[in-house]
Ligand binder design. Structure first.
Ligand code: ADP
Length: 481
């Protein structure tokens, strides 16, 4: 079976969030199962100009017609890993820009054109690929149009599977953009792409795929509710028969405190000395020296409304009264970046905020903290809590989506005799967050019990192999249907 994964982000080529981790890891995990897998993504400026990446230009040129205009592009070829091809769709007019989707918090106004072009291009180059796919996987709104394009292409293969990593990003195109999507008017209805007077590229993927995946079982249920559906809960209920939740995995070759070269010291469940070194180094880096006896809380992630930083802001006085220190790394929405900066100004002795995207620092924070806080309003899967587990950093999370599916709330031992792995809270309220952190700091004050929880988390297994097998079974079903 041959799989082609189309994604707007693929680690390590381009990344803003967890989608890139998945698009970078899933093909390798599928390959390990004996399937053929490749990825295809836009040739962004940062990818082409990165001297560490090499792509060859085999002279595969094509044109895509968009609202009557012929736009030319080409296909570049490289490798994600030995035996796993990575294709880039090059079109400098659309992708030779500083950002992937926009700059300075403002989206590029021609995103519908850009990703309609990308999706059209993927369908167009299929016959040129050495390994013609049986399954074409789309990921999030940027590739939603692949599904109707496949449907109208009349091709028997590949069959389209669409993964929703985040239903909060609808990929909206206003009515005047409809012509660039190049689809029959009959599909711009409530049963098709129409979304409250606009067209949603995400909905295109939902409606026209053969199978639909959300990145955790809990999220598959939440997106069918008015609270979690982002206006698409009706569509999700309508297509629930083809919907399944498959938890993302973690690539433990990349995320492992025993081998991670970017952290201060390596450590393992049975020898945690290195973790204390990581904590001291992080405190020094954050200008919080002398606080190593106190619980250190880390946060790493996009600063977007979804991630619940407003709760941290609201809870800040109570939170620091617990005696903890807080280190935040994030970037994104200027409003939340402002909230974070302001928090550091108010609590300089206990809090440090780094604004920016910095993987090495993310690793130092995940390794050096005692607790990792993820108070999301919603969380389709979430990777940071799984990294936290592996790095012995106890997750404190809101009980939603993948956070709910991966963390067992502290009650000591659970019925299976295993230690629980973290702290959960349900209400999206500052009070609830503070209560969860209080429970966590109380356990921290009992070192032997806290260590038992740390070690239990480090032994959890969220590797890709299990998730990849679920994807393989799903692809099998889609091909047999
Ligand atoms: P989401 O996909 O919603 O962004 P996830 O938890 O699934 O959230 O994945 C986030 C990924 O992006 C993790 O690998 C995390 O380490 C990384 N990440 C997010 N923000 C930053 C940042 N500012 N610096 C470094 N890594 C980041």
């Amino acid at each position: 079976m041959q799989i082609l994964i189309a994604s707007p982000e693929v680690r390590p080529l381009a990344q803003t969030g967890g989608l890139a981790d998945v698009a970078g890891s899933l093909p390798l995990a599928l390959t390990r199962l004996g399937l053929g897998a490749a990825v295809i993504m836009p040739a962004y400026q940062s990818v082409l100009s990165n001297p560490a990446l090499s792509f060859e230009d085999p002279g595969l040129n094509f044109t895509v017609n968009q609202a009557g205009e012929n736009i030319s592009g080409s296909l570049l070829r490289g490798e994600l890993a030995p035996g796993v091809p990575a294709y880039l769709v090059r079109c400098d007019r659309f992708f030779d820009r500083p950002g992937f989707y926009g700059t300075g918090g403002v989206e590029y106004p021609d995103n519908p054109e850009r990703f309609a072009f990308f999706s059209k291009a993927v369908i167009k180059v299929l016959p040129q690929l050495a390994d013609y796919p049986d399954i074409l996987v789309g990921n999030d709104w940027q590739t939603g149009l692949l599904m109707p394009y496949l449907a109208v292409s009349g091709l028997e293969r590949p069959r389209g599977v669409f993964i929703i990593h985040n239903q909060g990003y609808l990929g909206l195109a206003p009515p005047e953009k409809w012509p660039v999507l190049d689809l029959p008017e009959t599909v711009n209805t409530i049963d098709g792409l129409e979304y409250f007077g606009q067209s949603s590229l995400l909905k295109a993927g939902i409606v026209y795929s053969r199978a639909l995946v959300t990145v955790s079982p809990s999220y598959a249920l939440e997106v069918q509710t008015p609270e979690g559906g982002q206006g698409l809960d009706g569509a999700m209920r309508h297509h629930a028969h083809k919907l399944v939740g498959i938890l993302n995995g973690v690539d433990y070759n990349l995320w492992n405190p025993e081998t991670d070269k970017q952290i201060t010291a390596n450590y393992s469940p049975n020898n945690l000395k290195g973790k204390l070194k990581c904590k001291k180094a992080l405190l020094a880096e954050a200008g919080l020296k002398g606080r190593s006896q106190r619980p250190l809380v880390g946060m790493v992630g996009r600063l977007a409304g979804q991630k619940g930083f407003n709760l941290v802001d609201e809870a800040s006085a109570d939170l620091f009264r617990l005696g903890l220190s807080l280190v935040v790394l994030g970037s994104g929405d200027p409003f939340y970046e402002g909230l974070a900066r302001n928090l550091e100004q108010r609590y300089p002795e206990a809090g440090k905020v780094f604004i920016g995207y910095n993987e090495a620092l993310a690793r130092r924070i995940i390794a050096g903290s005692d607790l990792v806080l993820i108070p999301s309003m919603y969380e389709p899967c979430g990777l940071v809590q799984m990294y936290g587990l592996k790095y012995g950093t106890v997750p404190v999370v809101r009980a939603v989506g993948g956070l709910n599916d991966t963390i067992r709330d502290f009650a000591g031992h659970n019925p299976e005799g295993r230690w629980d792995t973290g702290f959960k809270f349900s209400q999206f309220q500052a009070k609830a967050l503070v209560l969860a952190l209080r429970r966590a700091t109380e356990l921290y004050a009992r070192p032997a019990d806290f260590k038992a929880m740390v070690q239990a988390g480090m032994k959890e297994d969220f590797s890709w192999d299990n998730s990849a097998r679920q994807y393989r079974d799903l692809f099998d079903q889609v091909l047999r249907a």
